[in-house]
Design a protein. Structure first.
Length: 484
């Protein structure tokens, strides 16, 4: 069967570690630098599974980074749960691990190793993807280091020849302390100091968080993770740059090319198919008001363009049509809505012949009967960018600064508010910019929204507008089989 066919990945020679003997080597560490790419055959099914598992963890980490929810413990628990479910590490029980214990541990770490390189392949193509991957992987690395002191110690010991981080001897610390009496880091005898060449701790030295003596920075253990994370990020950045030069070899396999190009669009949250919303809970005559009160900017723009031009191209119809399905419009309502707008510039027969099929198709009533789900933010941002005459996409990603600034001003944002949103956009943080806009247009909102999906934005806004009432009225699955 095709899905079990082996997958062969040619890794650049500069990155290979070779030989059949090395393939049998165990993984001694939970925390890795991933400096040696895997060299083995795996099934296509396992390739898909490992890549998706890691993406689920990275998205949870991103969600934690962007959340402003006061309950940080809950978010930390979610990260723990995601790692245990998708990237677990087997911990032997008891003081005397068996051969099976070590085998299971090695299998878990192997999966972690391979999944890292699968997702690296998927994120090496563009600067935007590389930046996102660097950030999430570095956070995962930092998170694992913080799990236990023993993991950090094992990591330092294993990579000592590369890192050149060593714990300073007591006599050496005393000698340095005699010259820097006022340093609080040197006064704390309970926290060990690590000795590292000053050039590798410039940020800490600049912020006076480390002492420099005879060319070495003396770093307290509490700040060591930032140095290790910086080293990890540098190494990973080099790997991404190198892999981007060789991705063409992987793209020769159609099965891999399609999967890797869409892996970064993987959405792991609620699908918003419309089945959890009471059928017809949104009336067509409410859409105008709802678009101004609760639509995210991308959907508000599509709604306004449809109202003014009475037409949208395919990309806009897909993005907006599935969004409307997700907020509760039935198939009959959608056909009525689109027909009313489009027939302002075409006759009903043309609409029925050229456009009604696609609407029914989105609801799973034509073709392969697939129940399509609304697009997530990640998919909107990273796939199918708009061209001239298109209005789909993400305004924070695809609009120029002047256009975005004018739109934000027209929404009533203050000059300061506009600058806050624009600053996020200029930093490449498009979803955070959208989140910022939500908070500015929903004063006193304390719900801790993390913008990952336009429909989640909408439902969170309705909950706020309705005074905290749960707007997602659970009911029997929405009936999309009847056209009236």
């Amino acid at each position: 069967r095709v899905e079990y066919a082996p997958v062969y990945i040619t890794v650049p020679r500069e990155m290979q570690f070779g030989g059949i003997r090395k393939r049998q080597q165990k993984y001694p560490l939970r925390v890795q630098l991933y400096d040696k790419p895997p060299v083995e055959d795996i099934s296509l099914q396992e390739f898909y599974k490992l890549g998706e598992s890691r993406m689920k963890v990275l998205h949870i980490i991103e969600r934690k980074r962007h959340s402003r929810d006061s309950d940080s413990n809950d978010l930390t628990d979610k990260v723990d749960k995601a790692i245990q479910e998708h990237l677990p590490d087997w911990k032997p029980k008891g003081q005397h691990p068996t051969v099976d214990d070590y085998a299971r541990q090695d299998e878990c770490r192997r999966n972690d190793h391979i999944s890292h390189y699968i997702t690296l392949l998927a994120h090496c193509r563009t600067e935007e993807l590389r930046r996102w991957f660097l950030t999430q992987e570095t956070e995962l690395f930092r998170y694992r280091l913080n799990q236990s002191i023993s993991q950090r110690s094992e990591f330092l010991k294993h990579y000592k020849d590369e890192l050149h981080f060593e714990e300073a001897a007591v006599e050496e610390v005393d000698a340095v302390a005699a010259r820097f009496i006022d340093s609080k880091h040197l006064r704390d005898k309970t926290s060990p100091l690590y000795k590292v060449h000053f050039s590798r701790a410039l940020e800490l030295v600049r912020n006076k968080r480390a002492v420099v003596y005879k060319g070495y920075a003396y770093v307290p253990s509490s700040l060591l993770d930032s140095l290790l994370a910086g080293h990890f990020r540098t190494r990973l950045s080099e790997s991404l740059a190198l892999m981007s030069q060789h991705i063409g070899g992987v793209d020769e396999d159609d099965r891999l090319r399609s999967y890797l190009k869409h892996l970064n669009c993987l959405y792991t949250g609620e699908e918003f198919t419309g089945s959890g919303v009471a059928a017809g809970s949104v009336k067509l005559d409410q859409l105008e008001e709802l678009s101004k009160e609760s639509f995210p900017l991308c959907m508000r723009e599509l709604h306004e363009r449809l109202r003014s031009d009475h037409h949208l191209r395919h990309g806009g119809r897909m993005q907006y049509g599935l969004f409307l399905k997700g907020i509760g419009l039935t198939l009959h309502q959608s056909l009525t809505f689109w027909r009313k707008e489009f027939t302002r510039r075409m006759d009903p027969e043309t609409f029925d012949k050229s456009y009604s099929y696609n609407i029914r198709h989105n609801y799973g009533k034509e073709g392969r009967r697939t129940n399509y789900t609304p697009f997530s933010c990640n998919r909107i941002i990273t796939s199918n960018p708009p061209s001239a005459g298109d209005y789909h996409g993400c305004p924070f990603r695809h609009w120029d600064t002047a256009t975005l600034r004018a739109k934000l001003t027209s929404l009533g944002l203050t000059h300061k508010g506009v600058l806050e949103v624009i600053s996020k956009v200029e930093g490449g943080h498009y979803q955070i910019a959208c989140q910022q806009l939500f908070e500015l247009t929903h004063p006193n909102y304390l719900g801790g929204l993390v913008v990952e999906h336009p429909n989640n934005y909408y439902f969170e806004s309705r909950k706020f507008r309705m005074g905290g009432v749960d707007h997602m009225i659970k009911s029997e699955p929405m009936d999309t089989t009847t056209e009236q």
